[in-house]
Design a protein around this ligand. Sequence first.
Ligand code: MRU
Length: 353
Amino acid sequence: MQKAHTPLLSVIWNHDHIDLLDQRLLPEEIVYIELTTSEDVWEAIRHLKVRGAPAIGITAAYGVYLGIQRSAADSPQQLVEAVRDQVKYLSTSRPTAVNLFWALERMEKTAVSGLEKGLNTEELMQVVLQEAIQIHAEDEETNRLIGEHALSLFQDGMGVLTHCNAGGLATAKYGTALAPMYLAHEKGMHLKVFADETRPVLQGARLTAFELQQAGIDVTLICDNMAGMVMSKGWVQAVIVGTDRVAANGDVANKIGTYSVAVLAKEHGIPFYVACPLSTIDLQTPSGEDIPIEERHEEEITEGFGKRTAPQGVKVFNPAFDITPHRYVTAIITEKGIIEPPFDINLKKVFEE
Ligand code: MRU
């Protein structure tokens, strides 16, 4: 039995502000910054100081509270209006991860229900803060459950490939796709993880390789274009990734490059698993085509390594996410268990239960 690992936390609520691990500086520097306003939160989300769907949702939830903390509202009605304004504002920080909108909606509903219960402004403030704390706490428990379910699909000694970072840094703790690796490690089971470096922002190299290595888990870093070779050698028995949004038909939006990995996995007969909380499943979005895909600044590609690596003036296309059609997805693993195809039917069922 291995010792449980104490990971770096990406988001810490500290009395009246957020201590946020600035993920742009990893792995070189471990720096926590203080976020005291909702503008700080918006900026941290937009500029990837915090990233990963669940961590974005958690941070935004606290952001609503920070936004109303100094509000001039002198009635509960005005305070609820202030919450609505914050929700609207923070929802413009990034477009793809549905957890952001899910968490903000929860915050608004909590405020409205507090108003309906007749709470005064001070009490309303407190229930809003408690809801953010609750969203944060639930995420840790949810990820542990995802990890338990996912681990039931893995055997000792397996090679597992992952893309981007769906680890503790992307969530409250454990991560989604990396949760089974942490649990396997706790149970003394050996998994050999291959981490795609994940161009252009290098979440795989900077974050996944970092957090798994810190935990003492066997991780090998590869460039994205090496995944096919590693699979063809028979070193990978499963792929597991996180996601920013699952559409009602099971199409999956995740970090750019995920689609290529899924196609490669199919070619090699390797199961392709997606791990996420139910809050990432968006039944309101019929298919992947309807998921908004964020496009980011061209400098992520042309100057991503701290120096210019492309000719001045070259045309650049830089989508942050892609869609993996559901036919490539072997199963979606949530806190409620393992969901298999047909996803259009089985995803709905999970919410009905
Ligand atoms: O642009 P990022 O770093 O926020 O993208 C993150 C991902 O694509 C993750 O795989 C996804 O959010 C799931 S995190 C549990």
